[in-house]
Design a protein. Structure first.
Length: 161
C-alpha cells in the first residue's frame, strides 16, 4: 500500500506528528505551502468563513497512492484556507481511502474531521480513521500512543481488501 501524508503546518506541530506517522507507515510526505506568505489574522478569518487560500503547487494528483492522510491544524473551528485549497485541488481520488490527522490547541477537531470527510467523500474517497493530537502533548512529545493506534487502523484497512 502506498500512502501519502499531505500536511499543512504553520508552527510545526502538525508537521512533527505527520513526520512521526510517516516513519511508522513508511509513507511519503508532502507539505502544503501558502503562496505569498501568510498572516494568522487573515488566515483565521478565511478559515472561519470556509474560504480557500493560495498555495504553491504541490503534486495534487494522487494517482500513485492508495491512501491519503490529511494532516491539518484546527483554525477557527475549521480547516485552514490552505488545507481547503489543497483538498479542492487533488485529483484521481475516486475509490481511494483517506484518513484525517488533526492537531489543535483544545477544541474543534470533531468539526474539522466532519468537514474533511464531507469534502473527500464528495470526491469518491472512503474514510478509514481519524486521530487528534493536542499542541501541549506535541510540545511534551507525548503523542506516540495516539499515533500508534492511528497507524494500526490505517494498516489494517488495507489488509481487509
Ligand atoms: C489562526 C489560528 C486559529 C486557530 N484556531 C483554533 C481553534 O479554533 N481551536 C483550537 O483548538 N486551536 C486553534 N488554533 C491553534 C492551533 O490549532 C494549534 O496551535 C496547532 O498546534 C497549530 O499547529 P501547527 O504548529 O502545525 O501550525 C488556531 C491557531 C491559529 C494560528
Amino acid at each position: 500500500m502506498k500512502i501519502l501524508i499531505a500536511c499543512y503546518s504553520w508552527k510545526g506541530h502538525t508537521r512533527t506528528v505527520a513526520q512521526a506517522l510517516a516513519k511508522k507507515l513508511n509513507a511519503s510526505c508532502t507539505d502544503i505551502e501558502p503562496q505569498g506568505g501568510m498572516s494568522p489574522v487573515s488566515g483565521g478569518i478565511k478559515a472561519l468563513f470556509g474560504m480557500k487560500g493560495k498555495i504553491r503547487s504541490v503534486g495534487s494528483d494522487i494517482k500513485e497512492f492508495d491512501h491519503l492522510v490529511i494532516a491539518t491544524p484546527v483554525w477557527s473551528h475549521n480547516i485552514p484556507p490552505y488545507t481547503r485549497q489543497y483538498l479542492s485541488e487533488i485529483t484521481n481520488t475516486s475509490g481511494k481511502k483517506f484518513s484525517v490527522l488533526v492537531e489543535m490547541g483544545g477544541s474543534g477537531a470533531g468539526r474539522v474531521v466532519a468537514i474533511v470527510r464531507k469534502m473527500m467523500e464528495a470526491k469518491g474517497m472512503e474514510f478509514v480513521a481519524s486521530a487528534v493530537t493536542l499542541e501541549k502533548d506535541v510540545d511534551a512529545n507525548q503523542f506516540d500512543t495516539v499515533l500508534t493506534e492511528f497507524a494500526e487502523k490505517i494498516q489494517s484497512s488495507q489488509k481487509n481488501h
